[in-house]
Write a protein that binds this ligand. Sequence first.
Ligand SMILES: Cc1ncc(COP(=O)(O)OP(=O)(O)O)c(N)n1
Ligand code: TZP
Ligand code: MG
Length: 535
Amino acid sequence: MSCAPPPPILRLHPPSSISPFSSPRRPHLSPRTCPWRLAAAREMPWPHVLTVAGSDSSAGAGIQADVKACAALGAYCSSVITAVTAQNTAGVQGVHLVPEELIREQLQSVLSDMSVDVVIPSAGIIKILCESLQKFPVKALVVDPVMVSTSGDSLSDPSTLTYYRDGLFAMADIVTPNVKEASKLLGGVSLHTIADMRDAAESIYKFGPRYVLVKGGDMPDSSEAIDVFYDGKEFVEFRGHRIKTRNTHGTGCTLASSIAAELAKGSSMLNAVQVAKNFVESALHHSKDLVIGNGPQGPFDHLFRLKCPPYNIGSQQRFNPDSLFLYAVTDSRMNKRWGHSIEDAVKAAIEGGATIVQLREKDIESRPFLEAAKACMEICRSSGVPLLINDRVDIALACNADGVHVGQSDISAREVRELLGPGKIIGVSCKTPAQAEQAWRDGADYLGCGGVFPTTTKANNPTLGFEGLKAVCLASKLPVVAIGGINATNAGSVMELDFPNLKGVAVVSALFDRECVSSETRNLRSILASVRCLA
Ligand SMILES: Cc1ncc(COP(=O)(O)OP(=O)(O)O)c(N)n1
Ligand SMILES: Cc1ncsc1CCOP(=O)(O)O
Ligand SMILES: [Mg+2]
């Protein structure tokens, strides 16, 4: 479906506008009271993890691993040191606990000044931690119950067990024991099979966390490293390759801090676990022949990506939020009006520069819908453009689409996640901060927010305006795409809002209720690009 020759290649400009809105975070540090902040053109909330842990002198585990893993994954990591250990690749030679008062002081210093998203706490300081978190609430707590190291050394006394089981777990969003720790937590039960790991996850869940991940990296006799994830209802198995290497010191800490980093960036829990597992596997793979120290268990290189550009090698990122930049949403009534097939319309949108496509087909029977969806999948795959299906999980599963978009009256994102698994993209329509919070909890990857402007494409859809869009963007760290009445005349003004998580616009009629879909898409893309470059 070609209509007119494309215009010359665009020059992309960096973001040119300044947000008209100030961030609601850290209200006690207003520019009036903190003049140095006037210099900042726009506030950039940075994903922030606080680790409360011991220092490892060999820098493979503990605080040092957490800081490196977070840095590698793009989160800031502050640290409250609870103990100083003397250790190397041969083992642990000494431990000196930091006095409680100084732990309290460190917590106060960090939490009173910085917007911390996720905390990785350690055992033994529950009272102090609870007091601090009551004053300065955070979004999530990732608890790695360090009791048995990867090498099999016991790292705790019996009171630690009680601290975890009777205190910290009830506050945790996720707990991540390895099989030896899971066994210890459950009074010494033996864990040999995946079924045992599932039982253990179920039992640990009863201590109160929202999610449990039992890590099978140290299960003997397995060529795979299988971790069992449990959310209180369903199990998900995360399978990875077992890397043959001596350099496994700090894998537990690294997995926990990587999950924390991803959560701080706004990921769903399943996505965070998947990215973290991929990251650890890639780090072990790239470091397998590294020689640091003379002992039996060496550290690995958390910053391996710096040596292998492009820097995201090995991350297997299944969803890039930048793909929301120009989101083309199809409509079969419009296609019929212009004599376009769904496939031709999708092809033309991609030709014009659409960065993601959704099939939103309300008046089509299931069988022709599936046929069209399969054809569109081939088109999208060959162009590297993700394809999502609106509402219909069955069609998405049958054509192996990249994901599903659901609204507030469709089945919930949580249920969609259960059906699609961790590897797929889930978008949720949200009109309020409460809906955005729920979508995040349910495991959504992005939010669709609108109608920003009045539209006739969707009946009975209230218009939110920029204020409604702003409220949703500021309430969530998930990427947001604006939708509703967006066209070539007003798309620039949406992008100029310049909220860090507002990644793009989703458009139906301004692309598909037109004769030439490719040139409409191209024109809209150039308008968006003149405001913001696609990162
Ligand atoms: C990107 C995007 N955002 C919002 C919607 C609307 O979804 P929903 O509220 O479920 O309404 P319907 O599209 O199903 O009518 C969307 N489809 N895409
Ligand atoms: C599906 C949807 N959800 C909120 S508004 C809308 C319709 C957007 O269509 P258009 O881009 O034609 O206004
Ligand atoms: Mg819907």
